[in-house]
Design a protein around this ligand. Structure first.
Ligand code: DON
Length: 602
C-alpha cells in the first residue's frame, strides 16, 4: 500500500516541532510532575472515523481541563440550555483557568471552561454522591472515546489533597447558591473527572465526535445530543484557551480546549478532530508544542473556520427541462413534439452536497424565479449528503408556495432527506422513487392540461403499430397470418432477463414496462402502451434478454418468431426491409434522446 502523503506531512511536522523545548511540566498537582516532558503525540481523526497518528499517541495521561466542555455538554443534556445558562455564563473571562472569575452580581462563573464554571457544571451532573456523578461522567466520556475510560487514582488523590483553591471556588459557588448544597461531592467528582486517563488518540476521536455532530464516527454511538454541539464548540472557541483564547482563535480559527496534563483537543466542525499531547506548558497552562502544531496545521491545511475560501458549494448540480430529459414512457410522436415545445414548463433540478441555508438559498431562488414560466418541478436528492432543518423547512415552504399557484414540486430519490422533509411538513405523495416516474407524472400533467390526443381505442390495429408502419394491406395480411397472439394479465412477466431472445413483440392492447433490478431496487427503463414493439434489441443481436418486461394492465401481444422473421428473407424480403427500417428509426430516436440526456449531464 502506498504511504499516505498526509502521514508523511504529520511525521515531518512532529519532527520539526519536536525540538520545541520551551515550557514546563505542571507541578502544582504533584503527581503530574511524573510526566516525561519529551512525550509528544499528534493525532487527527476524520469525521468518518479514519485516524492519523504520529509520536506518543498511545501514551496515557490525564485529561484535566479538556474534560470541561464534555461535562458542560452533559449538563446541557440533563438540564437544558436555559437552566444551565442561569448557573454558568458563556463569556470569556480573560483570566487564568483557576481565577475566581464570578459574575459581580449573580456570582455565576463567567464560562464553563474555567475551573469555577467546570465545578458548577459538575454540580449540575445528575447524582448526589461523587460516585454517581463520576459514573455518569465516565460513561459519557467513554462514548466520546469509543472505549471504556478509567480514572488515574494517583492523580486524583494528588489533586484532591492539594485542591485547596478549587475547594475555595466550590464554597464561593455555594455562597452564591450556584451550587445549592455542600459542594464536596461536586468538587471530588470534578477532581475525578480531571483525572480520567486518556491518550492522544482518544482525544482526537473525542474531537471527531464533536465534529461529527455528537456521534462517535468509529462506534456510531451518540455521545452528545446534536442540538448542544454548537453550544459546546462555541464556548470552546471563545474560552477554551483561557486568557489566550483570542490569540488562539485568531491564529487557528478552531474551537479547542487545553489541559495541564499536556493535551489539546481542537475541532474543525463537520470535518476533523485534532489532538496534540505534550506536557510542556506555557504560562497560561497550554501545551507549547500543542499550540505550535495546531497553528501549523491550520496554516498548512487551511483549517481556519473563518477562512472565506470554504464557500458553500451551490447545491444545484444540474438544472434541466423536459427539452433535454424525458420519462421512459413511450409517447406518440405528436405527444413528444408537444412536450418538447412546452418543455420549459417542466424543470428538473439535481442537488448535491450538504443542504444548509447557504447552499439551499440558490435552489429556493431558482424555484421562485422559475415559477414564472414553469408549472412542474422535480428536485432530485440522490447526491445530497445531508440536510439540516432550515433547508428542509425552506424546501417545504417553496413547495407550499408553488402549490398555492397550482404548480407541482416533487422530490425524487430522497433517501436520508425523506424524514427531514416529512418532519418539515412535506406530504408523502410528493416523493417519487426516481426521476423517470416523476417525469412521466409531470408529462401526464402537462399533456392533460394542454394536449388533446386523438382518442385511442384500447386495441391498436397492426397498420398503426410502430413496427408495421408503411406496410401495404397485402403485406399486413402476410404479417397477420404469421404473428402469434399472446395475452398476459396485469403484473404478469412477459419477458425475463436472461431468457433466449427468439421473439419480437408488438403490443396491440394494454401497457407494459421494461425494468431491471439495481442495488437501489427496481429501475424502469421503458414504458409503453399499445402500438409499440419491444424486445427488438436482443432479438436483432440474438443475445439473451437483458431486462424484464411486465404487463401494467391486461395485455395482448402479437409475436413475430425468429422462424417467421427468417422466412421473410425468401417469402417477403420487402416486408423485412420495411420492418428493419422501422426498427432503425426507433433505435435512432432512442440514441438521439440518450445523447440529449448525456449532453444535459455536462
Ligand atoms: O483544576 C485544575 O486545576 C486541574 N484539574 C485542571 C486545570 C487545567 O487543566 C487547566 N488547563 N490548562
Amino acid at each position: 500500500m502506498a504511504h499516505s502523503p498526509i502521514q508523511h506531512y504529520l511525521q515531518a511536522l512532529h519532527a520539526r516541532l519536536g525540538h520545541l523545548n520551551a515550557g514546563e511540566v505542571a507541578d502544582y498537582i504533584p503527581e503530574l510532575k511524573q510526566a516525561n516532558p519529551n512525550w509528544f503525540g499528534i493525532c487527527i481523526a476524520t469525521q468518518d472515523g479514519y485516524v492519523y497518528e504520529v509520536g506518543d499517541c498511545n501514551q496515557p495521561f490525564t485529561i484535566q481541563s479538556v474534560s470541561k466542555p464534555l461535562t458542560y455538554g452533559l449538563a446541557l443534556e440533563q438540564h437544558g440550555e436555559a437552566a444551565v445558562l442561569k448557573k454558568i455564563g458563556v463569556e470569556p473571562s480573560g483570566d487564568a483557568f483557576n481565577a475566581i472569575s464570578l459574575h459581580p452580581q449573580s456570582g455565576t462563573p463567567l464560562n464553563p471552561l474555567i475551573n469555577a464554571g467546570a465545578i458548577a457544571a459538575c454540580s449540575l451532573v445528575a447524582g448526589d454522591s461523587m460516585e454517581d456523578k463520576t459514573a455518569a461522567i465516565l460513561e459519557s466520556f467513554s462514548r466520546y472515546a469509543g472505549r471504556p475510560l478509567e480514572i488515574d487514582h494517583k492523580v486524583y488523590q494528588s489533586e484532591s489533597e492539594t485542591g485547596h483553591r478549587n475547594r475555595a471556588i466550590g464554597w464561593m459557588l455555594r455562597n452564591f447558591s450556584v451550587i445549592e448544597n455542600d459542594p464536596t461531592a461536586s468538587l471530588e467528582a470534578y477532581f475525578q473527572q480531571c483525572s480520567i486517563r486518556i491518550t492522544c488518540r482518544d482525544l482526537a476521536i473525542m474531537g471527531a465526535t464533536l465534529a461529527n455532530g455528537g456521534v462517535n464516527p468509529i462506534t456510531g454511538q451518540r455521545a452528545l445530543a446534536e442540538k448542544y454541539v454548537a453550544n459546546v464548540l462555541s464556548v470552546m472557541a471563545t474560552c477554551g484557551m483561557y486568557d489566550a483564547s483570542g490569540d488562539w482563535l485568531y491564529r487557528t480559527g478552531l474551537p479547542a480546549k487545553s489541559g495541564v496534563g499536556g493535551g489539546i483537543m481542537a475541532v474543525q466542525p463537520g470535518r476533523l478532530g485534532i489532538a496534540v499531547f505534550s506536557p510542556r506548558l506555557d504560562a497560561q497552562g497550554n501545551s507549547v508544542r500543542g499550540l505550535a502544531v495546531c497553528q501549523a496545521l491550520t496554516a498548512d491545511l487551511d483549517l481556519h473556520m473563518f477562512d472565506a475560501s470554504q464557500r458553500a458549494i451551490p447545491a444545484i448540480r444540474r438544472a434541466t427541462t423536459r427539452r433535454s430529459v424525458k420519462s421512459n414512457q413511450r409517447r406518440t410522436q405528436a405527444a413528444n413534439d408537444y412536450l418538447l415545445s412546452v418543455g420549459k414548463k417542466l424543470r428538473l433540478l439535481q442537488l448535491h452536497g450538504a443542504l444548509t441555508f447557504a447552499s439551499i438559498e440558490p435552489v429556493i431562488r431558482t424555484l421562485t424565479q422559475d415559477s414564472e414560466n414553469a408549472d412542474f418541478f422535480i428536485v432530485n436528492l440522490k447526491l445530497v449528503q445531508g440536510i439540516d432543518r432550515t433547508a428542509a423547512d425552506f424546501l417545504a415552504g417553496i413547495r407550499t408556495e408553488l402549490s398555492e399557484l397550482g404548480k407541482i414540486l416533487l422530490f425524487t430519490e430522497a433517501g436520508a432527506c425523506w424524514q427531514h422533509l416529512i418532519d418539515a411538513g412535506v406530504a408523502r405523495e410528493a416523493f417519487f422513487a426516481d426521476d423517470d416516474f416523476a417525469l412521466e407524472y409531470g408529462e401526464n400533467q402537462i399533456l392533460g392540461a394542454g394536449f388533446s390526443s386523438p382518442a385511442k381505442s384500447s386495441h391498436t390495429p397492426l397498420a398503426e403499430c410502430d413496427l408495421f408502419l408503411g406496410l401495404s394491406t397485402q403485406e399486413l395480411a402476410w404479417v397477420d397470418q404469421h404473428l402469434v397472439v399472446r395475452s398476459f394479465t396485469k403484473g404478469q412477466t412477459i419477458i425475463s432477463a436472461g431468457q433466449a431472445s427468439n421473439e419480437l413483440f408488438v403490443l396491440t392492447q394494454g401497457a407494459a414496462m421494461v425494468s431491471i433490478s439495481t442495488q437501489d431496487g427496481m429501475a424502469r427503463l421503458d414504458a409503453f402502451s399499445s402500438g409499440a414493439s419491444f424486445g427488438e434489441v436482443a432479438f436483432l443481436d440474438r443475445s439473451p434478454r437483458s431486462a424484464n418486461v411486465t404487463a401494467l394492465s391486461p395485455v395482448v401481444c402479437r409475436v413475430l418468431t425468429r422462424e417467421a422473421f427468417d422466412q421473410l428473407d425468401t417469402q417477403a424480403p420487402a416486408i423485412k426491409i420495411r420492418l428493419l427500417g422501422n426498427l432503425a428509426a426507433r433505435l435512432t430516436t432512442i440514441l438521439r434522446q440518450t445523447s440529449r440526456e448525456l449532453a444535459s449531464l455536462k
